[in-house]
Write a protein that binds this ligand. Sequence first.
Ligand SMILES: C[S@@+](CC[C@H](N)C(=O)[O-])C[C@H]1O[C@@H](n2cnc3c(N)ncnc32)[C@H](O)[C@@H]1O
Length: 264
Amino acid sequence: MKFIISDNNQKGYLMSNESLKKSIEKFGKWMYKFELAEDVSTPLISEEFQKVHDTRKKMIFSKLDNIIKRWDNLRCLDIACNEGFYSFELAKKGIKEVIGFDAREINIDKANFIKKFMKVENTSFFVEDVEKINDELGDFDLVFVLGLLYHVENPMLILRKIRSLTKGICIIDTQVNRYDSNVDLGFGCTGFDKQTKDIIAIIKENDIEENITASITGLSFIPNKSGLFTMLREVGFTELEQIEPFPNSYEQYATHDRIIIIAK
Ligand SMILES: C[S@@+](CC[C@H](N)C(=O)[O-])C[C@H]1O[C@@H](n2cnc3c(N)ncnc32)[C@H](O)[C@@H]1O
């Protein structure tokens, strides 16, 4: 994958490949492979990540390219953007403005490094916990919530915030748990039993100190697909469409352990 945003980047290149490599190495391993110069790319945490990015980039943009006729008047928010890969993909489309944020400073330092190196004008990044985001950011034509919902302990709080920030389309990419049957429970008094198909799995993440892609609290509440749809409707999204994987998609998408929803 070549990652060239504009000709400026080539003109503005002031680093030798050796100093570029050293700068990249200072950041440690990366979540995305940015090809910055001939023979210089950011080293991945795991080669498998590339398959995830390739699959969902194709799934998301093949859909958006059909829906969006003009990119240049859109404001976009990339929630939990990590190193900003999807913000840069949107920048390449010529979008008016992309704002990305992530709870981890190291991720945003890397995003800013790429932004500066590539001279990408229409993106900006900041460090923040999604739980602390408020309406000051304004609202957005396009909101990306990729790879976040299975790393948070207050998914409804976060989804409510996301809904209020979205004036157009929200793209949600997440793992869902596999449970697909009814659960019975007592509810209040004897005889008041309930049944639900909307089930949440609770996962402890024990690597939050060293894993730059993880939760920040160590506890994640992950709904099944039925539960996710109920939650999305509950916060006010009225149109939900699941983007189907294409042949040879990364296994997690092919099996629907991981799904992508367009919510409006
Ligand atoms: C699996 S990565 C996904 C990164 C990117 N959105 C993508 O899908 O390629 C999860 C990201 O969420 C960030 N994150 C976790 N909890 C967060 C929170 N409460 N607020 C903001 N970012 C958070 C992590 O630092 C990490 O960059």
